[in-house]
Design a protein around this ligand. Structure first.
Ligand code: ADP
Ligand code: MG
Length: 588
């Protein structure tokens, strides 16, 4: 075959291959066009998952009658005119490809009335040479109707899934757009039934309502709002409390200048920020908005504009990481933004958490039972005695301990109602944060054992201990091989004085061996500290005195990240008085 030019229809169909994958991608392009036209109200009507019909109506600025034909032509756009424009794009679209691509693989009708025109005009997307706009009654704005997607490209049609699946994808796109623009009213109907009705949300409480409608009430109630600026960057939005983690990365929304973006850099920064508060294999939930000068982002990195590139990626990464890390560190009792966990959320626990509850059933070594909380932390300053509670001073956020339940929980009374604390989880986090702080400041202080302890291990373990003497030294443990199958422990971390040294060593070894040792030294060290903290902390069934319980509560208030244990389980739960009243049908 000789070389020849492709006809425009085929060119558009090829281009459509990149942009139009399924009904959801059509909706994305059309919604973006409406937003670019300044619409404040958008209505979507969808039939059969969007395959049979997608009709979108907006109240934007409309398209001039004489531009209608151009709007359906390839490489025609009103959004950029020069390379300089391309380098600092404020609109969502700029390629001038969406409408012609969609028109080439469907039956498309475009109706629009531009501001200032006294009638609407309608144009069919088919490529008959004779066709021109005909007048039609229409308010200012645009309606685009897309019927029978892929009717003329059977190969693509085959890749479409069932109605439910296609609609699911489509709904997800609408959701993302709705999260990107709280000020725009959005309505979605599927097969004549209303599916989504979102009013404009201009004040914070309304935005929270939209957030709850789109991401679930549980997310709203377990998320912290943040808004930080630095170095010309702004990050705002909501991040889920670590204890509200997910088994999938399905509640992660990231917008760059209000454009939804999949970005590896951001995902990495977020993961790092959550690293040491999240249960292994769990995913954080977030809805985050990054705003920056458009010239610092390259949005022309992907045909469907799914990806962005940052000119100063290091700066962006560090800004994201530090901001989120800082916010997460502040999550502790008394954080004003920290919402109460409603009781319904507490049970049943997530399966991933359950695997850890075996900790509580472990038989307790006698020695461990004798370490009182206050004994482990002699520097703790116990709270004022109960008698002083009536004083004019504000009661502390977690209130005062009332009782210990089943040797596991501390029950406390605070201003809002009742607080329930998981003793072990809370103590574990406190110990871990202390170990980390002392590691960062002066190295973990160790303390000699009165009587060094010999421990019998496997040959492999002994060898392992020998090779990693330095790692153990950094953690404040001095362990040396004594024979092929025995080691001697001479010193343990001062913070864990009184803990069962042999047990500690075994636990740490078991963890290190199962989790592998391939991770970098620093991470290994943190993981090991976490293990140390876990096994060296108060266990269930230990009787605490009121003074000790109050000391624990005060420690939680002081400790960063104390809202969840090292594994990401919550350490405490608030039961509000109103919730208790409701249980007893007490009207107000
Ligand atoms: P792009 O959005 O990249 O410019 P499109 O093919 O999506 O390319 O749209 C072509 C042009 O049609 C746009 O530049 C815009 O001027 C006009 N247009 C499309 N949809 C709308 C709309 N809903 N309201 C107003 N103008 C629109
Ligand atoms: Mg467009």
């Amino acid at each position: 075959m000789r070389i020849h030019r492709l006809n425009p229809q085929l060119i558009s169909q090829i281009a459509a291959g990149e942009v139009v994958e399924r009904p959801a991608s059509v909706v994305k392009e059309l919604l973006e066009n409406s937003l670019d036209a300044g619409a404040t109200r958008i209505e979507l009507e969808v039939e059969h998952g969007g395959v049979r019909l997608i009709r979108i109506h907006d109240n934007g600025s409309g398209i001039h009658k004489d531009d209608l034909l151009l709007a359906l032509s390839s490489h025609a756009t009103s959004k950029i005119a020069s390379l300089a424009d391309l380098e600092r794009i404020a609109s969502l679209g700029f390629r001038g490809e969406a409408l012609p691509s969609i028109a080439s693989v469907s039956r498309l009708t475009l109706i629009s009335r531009a501001t200032g025109q006294d009638s609407g005009w309608k144009l069919l997307g088919s490529r008959e040479p004779s066709h021109h706009p005909i007048p039609i009654a229409h308010p200012v704005g645009t309606t685009v109707e897309v019927r029978d997607l892929f009717f003329n490209t059977p190969a693509r049609r085959k890749f479409l899934r069932g109605e439910r699946t296609e609609f699911g994808h489509l709904e997800d796109v609408v959701k993302r757009i709705a999260l990107s623009r709280f000020d725009v009213e959005i309505k979605l109907r599927h097969n004549q039934r209303p599916v989504m009705l979102l009013h404009p949300a201009n004040v914070y409480t309304e935005q929270e309502q939209r957030l709850a409608a789109l991401c679930g009430r549980a997310f709203r109630e377990n998320a912290v709002f943040l808004d930080q600026k630095a170095a010309g960057l702004q990050l705002w939005g909501w991040i889920g409390l670590p204890a509200f983690s997910r088994s999938q990365a399905d509640l992660q929304y990231f917008f760059v200048n209000r454009r939804m973006a999949r970005d590896k850099l951001a995902t990495h920064a977020v993961r790092q920020a959550y690293q040491d508060v999240l249960y292994q294999g769990r995913y954080p939930a977030f809805v985050l908005y990054l705003e920056l000068d458009p010239s610092l982002v390259d949005v022309n990195a992907h045909p469907a504009k799914h990806e962005v590139r940052f000119r100063e990626s290091r700066l962006v990464h560090d800004f994201l990481f530090h901001t989120l890390h800082e916010v997460l560190a502040q999550v502790r009792p008394g954080t004003p933004a920290l919402p109460a966990v409603p009781p319904t959320l507490v049970t049943p626990p997530d399966p991933a958490w359950c695997s850890h509850s075996e900790q509580q059933a472990m038989p307790l070594p006698v020695q461990e039972q004798m370490i009182a909380y206050a004994g482990v932390h002699p520097e703790t300053d116990p709270s004022p005695p109960i008698a002083e509670q009536g004083s004019a001073e504000e009661p502390p956020p977690l209130g005062y301990a009332v009782a210990q339940l089943h040797g596991i929980y501390v029950l406390a009374e605070n201003a809002a109602g009742l607080v329930l604390v998981d003793m072990h989880a809370a103590h574990e986090r406190i110990t871990y944060e202390r170990l980390k702080t002392s590691l960062e400041q002066e190295g973990i202080r160790s303390q000699p054992l009165l009587v060094p302890i010999t421990v019998t291990l496997s040959r492999r373990e002994v060898q392992w201990v020998e090779e990693r003497a330095e790692l153990f030294a950094n953690m404040g443990m001095e362990v040396a091989p004594l024979g092929p199958e025995t080691v001697i422990i001479r010193r343990i971390p001062a913070l864990l004085a009184g803990a069962d040294a042999a047990q500690l060593l075994r636990d740490v070894l078991a963890d290190l061996l199962t989790h592998g040792t391939s991770t970098r030294m620093g991470e290994t060290l943190y993981e090991t500290l976490s293990t140390l903290a876990c096994h060296g902390s108060v266990r269930a069934n230990r009787q605490l005195t009121l003074v000790e319980m109050n000391a624990l509560l005060r420690d939680m208030e002081r400790t960063e990240r104390s809202g969840q244990c090292n594994h990401g389980r919550p350490t405490w739960v608030q039961f509000k008085l109103e919730e208790l009243d409701k249980l007893f049908l007490r009207g107000r």
